[in-house]
Ligand binder design. Structure first.
Ligand code: ZN
Length: 152
């Protein structure tokens, strides 16, 4: 585990231990189920979106590694109160942070706490863990939601 030490920063550990918004919204307006078979991460994401397209509440529940769980906690904390369009733009910026070498200080400023997960870039297998809940949100918000998405 020692080479992962740099990755498990305090914030990630904290969100893994006490995930925010952990549960299932009932009722909810949007739903998706995301699985990452490589790691065993498996989460349901529920959203309550207002008629004018604002994420009023979001929650996630399930099981998986520290990276996937902290990503779900950070994501649900970050998107509440934002418009669907803003959340999808944030998702693109976050996924870019995980894989791209051209991340700017501007990107990091917009991402805020989400930027702590940038460390997974050095561990390609963990990128899917961090991205999973965002893929699920993307699916939940799409017109043709497929209910269960897989990283494979
Ligand atoms: Zn994982």
């Amino acid at each position: 585990m020692s080479r992962l030490d740099g990755l498990y920063q305090q914030l990630i550990l904290d969100h893994n231990k006490s995930p925010r918004n952990f549960g299932k919204l009932d009722p909810h307006s949007h739903y998706s189920h995301g699985v990452n078979p490589l790691c065993g991460d498996d989460y349901e994401v529920t959203l309550q979106v207002s008629p004018d397209g604002i994420i009023e509440k979001s929650a996630f529940v399930g099981s998986g590694c520290a990276i996937s769980k902290s990503s779900g906690s950070l994501m649900t904390s970050a998107i509440e109160g934002k418009s669907v369009a803003d959340v999808l733009a944030l998702k693109d910026r976050f996924l870019n942070l995980l894989i791209c070498d051209t991340v700017t200080e501007d990107d990091r400023a917009v991402l805020g706490k989400l930027a702590v997960l940038e460390g997974v870039k050095k561990f390609p297998a963990r990128v899917k863990c961090a991205a999973l809940v965002w893929r699920a949100i993307e699916d939940a918000l799409s017109e043709s939601a497929v209910q269960t998405i897989s990283t494979e």
